[in-house]
Design a protein around this ligand. Structure first.
Ligand code: ZN
Length: 330
């Protein structure tokens, strides 16, 4: 059975893809593991062509991995999102943690944020930046809190253990939860934090674990994060800011997600890849020309790369932009 399926319609605007663009050949980390786990040769990737949509200017692979393979890539081939957990580990071990340099200051200087939401992934965006800013937490407290969160959640995994171990682990878990509650009394949770989920199977999620703890479960303890299923949002949820940090290209419904964010939030901040040499683990990638398409849909768009104090940004094919249904510049 073929590992590939046809994706000839643009994932964003549905237009039939016609224009093939040039594709690079050197393999990245993700591509190498896919080849290894599926016993494939490098030449296999030549079957996957890159297209530029002539309507919205997204870059898209076609054919691409079928439903079964693509879901398996993000659950089993590399179930843990290393980058995301590394952000959390850096947050715990660093004073004044900044995942996105001055981005949060840049936005919060201009308007007040009380309700903040992100999509699908808890440690890729601004949650940790905001949390550290709210509290100026000491590294020792962060380490203590983190240790107890891991104990609380992993010590409940008693399946297959004998009764003596079960009792001991449950007691440890209860103790850790008590400690978490005491430590959290010292912590401010001024900004309400929400994670909107579409449970996409081309995003990390069900197997995104570290020390046997899932990223979303961990984030709920640390950040008092509330999770909302996307279908519960009826365009009347009012967020001040919505962040999409390298997650818009990890869903089969990018237009639905971006529209949801624009309809439910005053301002939307997006960080995305804009590499025309799209990687094989991605179905599609945004592009700078795609932003012009958004503007034509009466969405206000502002690229803010030159405002972010990150010297690496210019050579990493990453783009930061804000967008809104109302004219709002920062
Ligand atoms: Zn398109």
């Amino acid at each position: 059975m073929s590992l590939l399926s046809n994706y000839i319609d643009c994932a964003y605007c549905n237009k039939k893809l016609t224009k093939i663009i040039k594709n690079r050949t050197n393999l990245n980390f993700y591509e190498k593991i896919i080849l290894k786990d599926y016993d494939l040769k490098k030449e296999f990737f030549k079957k996957i062509k890159s297209y530029e949509c002539q309507k919205c200017f997204m870059i898209q692979n076609n054919p691409w991995f079928n439903k079964d393979v693509s879901a398996n890539i993000y659950s089993n081939v590399y179930g843990q999102h290393h980058r995301s957990w590394q952000n959390l580990i850096d947050f715990i071990n660093t004073d004044y943690f900044k995942n996105h340099k001055n981005l949060y200051e840049l936005i919060s200087k201009k308007f007040k944020i009380k309700n903040y939401a992100e999509f699908n992934s808890p440690f890729m965006g601004l949650f940790l930046d905001i949390f550290d800013r709210e509290n100026s937490l000491k590294v020792s407290l962060k380490k203590n809190l983190s240790k107890n969160i891991v104990t609380y959640l992993s010590s409940r995994q008693v399946a297959g253990k004998n009764n003596k171990i079960k009792k001991l682990w449950m007691a440890n878990s209860n103790k850790a939860l008590k400690k978490i509650k005491i430590l959290k009394k010292k912590i401010n949770y001024d900004i309400n934090k929400f994670l909107v989920l579409d449970h996409s199977d081309i995003a990390w999620g069900i197997n995104d674990n570290y020390k046997s703890v899932n990223s979303i479960s961990y984030a709920k303890e640390l950040l008092n994060l509330k999770t909302i299923n996307i279908d519960e949002l009826k365009n009347n949820f009012k967020f001040d800011l919505f962040g999409l940090f390298l997650t818009l290209d990890h869903t089969h419904n990018p237009r639905k997600i971006l529209n949801m964010a624009l309809q439910n939030s005053k301002l939307v901040i997006v960080k995305c890849h804009i590499n025309r040499n799209i990687n094989k683990q991605h179905l599609f990638s945004l592009s700078e020309k795609f932003l012009n398409y958004l503007k034509k849909q009466r969405i206000f768009v502002q690229i803010i790369n030159d405002r972010i104090e990150d010297k690496k940004l210019t050579n990493t094919h990453h783009l930061y932009f804000i967008c809104s249904k109302k004219k709002f510049l920062i």
